[in-house]
Design a protein around this ligand. Structure first.
Ligand SMILES: [Zn+2]
Length: 225
């Protein structure tokens, strides 16, 4: 059977994973083959996930792996990301999400190495919620890491992984990627503010107001796209 005759499952989502993998590299959110991305197709209960250990510059749509909710490979010859376990666990725990972006972005990871959460140092932390929580350390790819992420993320859109990196979730790839990008900015601001003094945090009442504004902004954004 010739390759070009094969109609790939989740072709559009596979291509998005290729595109956003490149975006992740170009925006400096990760390097080499670090981090990973996935998209859930709720309609057919399939997940497209980036392959393990292939440089984002070299990944093609055919390299993206399609698995079922149990993690069994349905289509694709590559090995799925070593973090498939926590992607599956997140889709089960969070019925409101259909995309996951995992990065090793430098400032977020720096704070994760200190085992700090990111507080409301800047209103843009609302991309996650009123803070970015921290998941305790566990070996990459382990069931324990998946458990720690689920226990820590709650209803937030981002979570730091101790001594590891960041996970961002959302309703589409654009919003998950935005969360990863904006939280990296907030992490950098927090790092810099901390190195000069004691940052003044945005209070809880104001963060509630901002989070509400973000929700309505998001809806407006969606209706125009
Ligand atoms: Zn990682």
């Amino acid at each position: 059977m010739r390759r070009q005759e094969v109609v790939m499952l989740m072709l559009q989502q596979r291509q998005q994973i290729v595109d956003y993998g490149l975006k992740m590299i170009r925006s400096g959110l990760t390097t080499g083959s670090g981090g990973n991305l996935s998209i859930l197709s709720a309609a057919d209960n399939l997940i497209a996930i980036s392959p393990s250990g292939i440089d984002y510059h070299d990944v093609t749509a055919a390299d993206v792996v399609v698995v079922n909710r149990a993690g069994q490979r349905v289509e694709g010859e590559r090995k799925p990301s070593s973090e498939l376990g926590f992607h599956l666990a997140l889709y089960t725990a969070r019925e409101d999400i259909t995309t996951i972006v995992h990065t090793h972005s430098v400032y977020a990871t720096t704070l994760a190495c200190l085992h700090w959460e990111i507080p409301a140092v800047h209103y843009l932390v609302a991309f996650s919620g009123d803070k970015v929580p921290l998941a305790p350390y566990a070996t990459f790819g382990s069931a324990e890491l998946a458990d720690n992420i689920i226990a820590s993320i709650g209803s937030y859109n981002a979570v730091l992984l101790a001594n590891h990196g960041l996970v961002a979730v959302g309703k589409d790839m654009k919003s998950s990627f935005n969360v990863a990008e904006e939280i990296e900015l907030v992490a950098r601001i927090y790092y810099q503010a901390k190195s000069l003094g004691q940052p003044v945090l945005v209070d809880a009442e104001e963060m509630t107001r901002v989070t509400e504004k973000f929700c309505s902004y998001g809806q407006q954004d969606k209706s125009t796209s």
